[in-house]
Design a protein around this ligand. Structure first.
Ligand code: LMR
Length: 369
């Protein structure tokens, strides 16, 4: 009996020793990993593809850390069409001359495969612009073939988790075509730019109320990046010294909010073209940086932004359209803000822009045939 007790006590002592050794290993492993995270300050560079002409406005922003943060180095991939090859080389020379500390390399090419190789982020600005005398269908058919080719190259050569932002018009439908021809890129990774319209709406409210634009938040752009988009302020607020106040209460002019405000935001792109004789570039570039930054690094708590994303049927919008919704982002993933109250006025406007997107979709598919 005594021997049995002694044996048992020895076994328990061995078990205890084993446990202490295991716990020590686990503790030191955690400690090493923790210390390594401090030592490894240098993150691997992120490869960012930019296609097309407003690339000139966006590349210095990316190289300065505006898109991905001041601690994130980048390698820029620039793609343009053959006739622009020399100018593209000029941009490469300027990027080298600017000596951006975060810029670890530039690939400037007219070869779509070389451009897409291993890219982590793709900002698709290039597209065929509408020229005088061209029908909508003609532009659509040119862009459908451009986006089909670029989708195939991204599908085969980009990093598996590549995030795509389409800027070129018709942005929502170009993104839809891209999604169609790059089926292995998750649909959640293909988006289009409506942050430009979102920022324009913030700007208009800030001007009207004479408040800082950074104090205005939670406007929404619903739908298409076109003149049917619906800029909605029903949930927007302004931070004041006495707390958050609703934009509708502060503006106190529903007529202006429901007419001139909406039309100004819808027509802002056209107004800029009229004034500059060129499409918006610096505001589009800045909005593209905002879009990617919030997507990758997250939206601030309590704030949403507008992104053109794949509809899952939220708010009764046909699944499968690329439609602009209010979204929040966390850990590199966007989610549509749910449960917002939609009044009758908003419903009509949201449906009208969805209808335009459905028409664009069938036009694009007819071009494909
Ligand atoms: C913009 O909103 O500024 C542009 O999409 C306009 C355009 O047609 O280029």
């Amino acid at each position: 009996m005594d021997q049995f007790v002694i044996d048992n006590m020895e076994n328990v002592a061995w078990l205890q020793k084993g446990l202490v050794v295991l716990l020590s290993i686990a503790f030191f492993w955690k400690l090493i990993r923790y210390m390594w995270s401090f030592l490894k300050t240098q993150k691997d560079p992120v490869r960012v593809l930019v296609t097309g002409q407003i690339g000139y406005a966006i590349v210095p922003m990316i190289a300065r850390g505006v898109m991905l943060g001041l601690d994130q180095s980048v390698i820029l991939h620039l793609l343009d069409v053959e006739p622009a090859a020399e100018a593209l080389n000029g941009v490469k020379m300027e990027l080298i001359d600017a000596a951006f500390p975060l810029l670890k390399g530039v690939v400037a090419t007219t070869d779509v495969v070389e451009a897409c190789k291993d890219v982590n982020i793709a900002v698709m600005v290039g597209g065929f612009p509408r020229k005088e005398g061209m029908e909508r269908k003609d532009v659509m058919s040119k862009n459908v073939s451009i986006y089909k080719a670029q989708a195939a190259a991204l599908e085969q050569h980009a990093a598996k988790d590549c995030k795509v932002l389409v800027v070129a018009n018709p942005a929502n439908t170009n993104a839809l075509i891209l999604k169609e021809f790059a089926p292995s890129i998750p649909e959640k990774n293909i988006t289009c730019l409506t942050r430009l319209d979102h920022n324009r709406a913030l700007g208009q409210i800030s001007e009207r109320l004479n408040v800082q634009v950074s104090d205005v938040k939670n406007v929404i752009i619903w739908g298409n990046h076109s003149s049917t988009q619906y800029p909605d302020v029903n949930h927007a607020t302004v931070t004041t010294s006495s707390g958050g106040k609703r934009v509708r209460e502060l503006v106190a002019d529903d007529h202006w909010l429901n007419t001139d405000f909406i039309a100004t935001v819808q027509q802002r792109g056209a107004a800029i073209i009229k004034a500059r004789k060129l499409s918006s570039a610096l505001s589009a570039a800045s909005a593209a940086c905002d879009h990617i930054r919030d997507w990758v690094l997250g939206t601030p708590k309590g704030t949403w932004v507008s992104m053109g994303v794949y509809s899952d049927g939220s708010y009764g919008i046909q699944p499968g359209l690329i439609y602009s919704f209010p979204v929040t982002c966390e850990k590199g993933q966007w989610s549509i803000v749910q449960g917002l109250k939609i009044d009758e006025f908003s419903r009509k406007k949201m449906d009208a822009t969805a209808n335009e997107l459905m028409e664009e979709k069938s036009l694009a598919y007819s071009c494909l045939k």
